[in-house]
Design a binder for this molecule. Structure first.
Ligand code: ZN
Length: 262
């Protein structure tokens, strides 16, 4: 009569001869499989591929969560905006619609006008710009998400011989990105050099008709005054302007804070 321990050994012996367990039966976890002589990328690798694309685009794990699906328009007040027929929420809905229209148009190979989102901190403009980036990456479009003050610092640091970066390479990547997101334009110092650098990027993208999404907490007059009429006229030519704002609603602020904690 067999003892319990012997039974266990028999079971292991059987398992050794069996097929190993693969998470993906199609590619046996290799990431590719053959159709005839052609190696095909397996769809099981899609999440990892998207992670890589997001990283290359400058989308941090925090920004990766800021999607159209997660953009909650109920955060915006149903009160009417001063002197306006639309409520703050209607305005947010219209802005999201424009953003979705933009990504759909880019993904269809069209050449839509860019978008410029104005608004104070916390009113969702970076969220919506990140949502555009995430949607485009999902649709297979290469994107570059650049926080303008950080990018200017990076270029300035590249003038140092020890820096691993080269200005020309950094600038070229941003100028030529199929879709460029410039987050927080205006939240930097306004030297001749920084204004010239921003102009060089916008001017290139306008000339080559490359779509650009911009966020700023500056008003139109401030954009013109601080960045100069040359930069401002490029913005007007290449972008449709939208404003995300909200009523001073304490409940809304509380919900935003709660959501940030999670
Ligand atoms: Zn697979």
């Amino acid at each position: 009569m067999k003892k319990f321990a012997d039974l266990k050994i028999d079971k292991e012996a059987i398992n050794m001869g069996a097929e190993p367990h693969y998470r993906c039966q199609r590619c046996k976890d290799k990431g590719f499989y053959f159709e005839g002589d052609i190696a095909m990328a397996c769809s099981c690798q899609r999440p990892a591929v998207l992670d890589l694309k997001r990283e290359k685009a400058g989308i941090t794990p925090h920004l990766a969560k800021q999607t159209f699906a997660a953009f909650d328009v109920s955060f915006y007040s149903a009160e009417k905006r001063g002197g306006n027929k639309l409520t703050y929420r209607d305005n947010a809905v219209a802005t999201v619609k424009a953003a979705k229209g933009f990504t759909a148009s880019v993904a269809a190979g069209e050449n839509p006008d860019g978008l410029l989102f104005q608004g104070a901190v916390g009113y969702g403009k970076t969220f919506l710009a990140a949502a555009c980036a995430n949607d485009l990456i999902e649709k297979g479009v290469a994107v570059r998400f650049v926080v303008v003050p950080d990018f200017l610092d990076l270029i300035r640091d590249s003038f140092n011989d020890q820096s691993p970066y080269r200005e020309s390479v950094l600038m070229q990547e941003v100028k030529t990105a199929p879709v460029l997101i410039l987050d927080d334009l205006g939240a930097h110092n306004y030297t001749d050099w920084s204004v010239k650098t921003i102009f060089a990027i916008l001017n290139y993208r306008l000339n080559y008709e490359l779509p650009t999404v911009i966020t700023t907490n500056l008003e139109r007059e401030q954009l013109e005054e601080l960045l100069g009429s040359r930069v401002y006229s490029r913005l007007l030519e290449m972008c449709r302007f939208f404003r995300l704002e909200n009523a001073n609603d304490i409940r809304w602020e509380k919900r935003i804070r709660e959501k940030r904690k999670n």
